[in-house]
Design a protein around this ligand. Structure first.
Ligand code: HAM
Length: 434
């Protein structure tokens, strides 16, 4: 009973500090790129979240019936909620719509390093444009996010899901069948994907094409595009998807995107709503994706909104924390002043509490000794807790309007006037506001 529910974690102060550090960076980046922050509920209707999330995530959702008899679920991702929000609240908003969200998500995944049942994402959605410049914006944002945290040597794996879908569509494979094949590819179950395609009526020539496509990968963009192009000659839908991919890649290169891209033609993502470019980023120290995203031009429409193309990306904050740790990136907590106020007898407790209030009004973090410790124990407890200054209130000094001010690091102390305390602790702070 006192143990955490499996897959759920307590985040201790240092973890929370790192998480909030990443959140701060994410929010600053949102501002720099013009993304407005929205907060959507953690609980949504099951049907909304389940509709296009893909079989793998769908079966891992925390779904339940609420006391009002509604089938609801904890969100496993943000994108469906954002699509709902856009349809219901922003239908007339000028396009594009740029939205940022930060929060916790829930998936009944098998707990392991970097895979939790409650985890955090920073999520960005760019809605309303189907153009390559929108794709490039999200790729640039992804690169800036990772680089801005000091991460190095990461690779962004990219593909255009329209190529695979185009081939399957041409062979008459219905969307459900295509999705099942994508799920198998997402798990790198190449053989499973091939036998599924066969069972869905894909002919031998097309199976051969699929087998070749799955093998095309590498760092060189033009080699990749040429090889894929030579393989898909019989599939017009795939050719136009590849052309769209080529235009995005060309624009990103001309725009100076400085990220290591890795092209993999058999790469698919588990979520079902993707229609265009898809990508995930990896650092060499971890074999799990630290972010993932892609273009989803039909999700909003499938929920009953008008046709509204979109692209987005979500960063797995917990995994980014791990990646930073593995790369030895530890953002240092800025030094802070912490004052401990120690009354020498109980009669001065009220004065200690008032003094702490005065310091806090001046923006100085202040704690009162609340354990009834004597002076020497209170001081050693203060050292243990990284207290920077102690304010000792003794009856004699206090009757003269003074206190004893102790610098805990230098271990020196002096008598000073109470009113001079804020300026003494923070030389630039204003004096006590009356
Ligand atoms: P996703 O790939 O499912 O995409 O999740 C994005 C990131 O969340 C992953 O790359 C990973 O870093 C992190 N993540 C996922 N599951 C877990 C887990 N169980 N534990 C820890 N971290 C996890 C999406 O969620 C899409 N909604 C992204 C998107 C936005 N596509 C378009 N717009």
């Amino acid at each position: 009973m006192l143990q955490n529910v499996r897959g759920m974690r307590d985040l201790m102060p240092d973890d929370v500090w790192k998480l909030r550090f990443i959140e701060g960076n994410a929010r600053r980046l949102a501002e720099l790129y013009g993304y407005e922050e929205v907060i959507t509920p953690i609980i949504e209707h099951y049907e909304l979240l389940a509709a296009k999330v893909g079989e793998e995530t769908r079966k891992r959702m925390y779904a339940f019936v609420d006391l009002g008899g509604r089938k609801v679920a904890l969100r496993p991702e943000f994108t469906a909620s954002i699509a709902r929000l856009v349809i219901t609240r922003m239908v007339a908003a000028p396009k594009p719509i740029r939205l940022f969200s930060f929060g916790s998500l829930y998936r009944y995944d098998e707990p392991q390093l970097g895979r939790y049942r409650e985890f955090w994402q920073a999520n960005y959605e760019l809605i309303g444009s189907s153009r390559p410049e929108a794709d490039v914006e999200i790729l640039c944002l992804t690169n800036d996010f990772l680089r801005g945290l000091g991460l190095r040597n990461y690779t962004i794996k990219v593909n255009h899901i329209g190529v695979l879908r185009g081939i399957l569509l041409h062979e008459g494979v219905p969307e459900d069948g295509q999705n099942a094949i994508m799920q198998a590819l997402d798990k790198k179950d190449w053989e499973g994907a091939m036998s599924l395609a066969k069972s869905l009526g894909v002919g031998d020539a097309c199976l051969e094409t699929l087998r070749s496509i799955i093998g095309i990968r590498g760092y060189d963009e033009s080699t990749f595009i040429n090889e894929v192009s030579n393989t898909i000659k019989a599939y017009p839908e795939a050719i136009s998807a590849l052309e769209n991919f080529r235009r995005t890649l060309e624009l990103s290169e001309r725009s100076g995107l400085k990220a290591q891209l890795y092209f993999e033609a058999g790469f698919a993502r588990g979520l079902e709503y993707y229609t265009g470019i898809i990508f995930e980023a990896y650092v060499p120290e971890l074999d799990i994706a630290i972010c993932g995203g892609g273009r989803y031009d039909r999700l909003v429409e499938s929920f009953g909104g008008g046709p509204l193309p979109a692209i987005g990306v979500a960063f797995g904050v917990d995994r980014i924390m791990l990646a930073m740790e593995k790369q030895g990136i530890s953002p240092s907590r800025p030094p802070r002043k912490r004052v401990l106020i120690i009354p020498l007898d109980c009669g001065l407790l009220a004065e200690a509490i008032k003094l702490a209030g005065m310091l806090r009004e001046n923006g100085i973090p202040s704690e009162v000794e609340v354990m009834g410790r004597n002076l020497s124990r209170a001081l050693s407890d203060g050292s243990r807790r990284d207290i920077t200054h102690a304010v000792i209130i003794g009856p004699k000094e206090f009757s003269e309007g003074k206190i004893v001010f102790r610098d805990m690091r230098g271990k020196v102390q002096e008598d000073i006037r109470i009113g001079d305390l804020p300026a003494k602790i923070c030389p630039k702070s204003s004096s006590h506001r009356s």
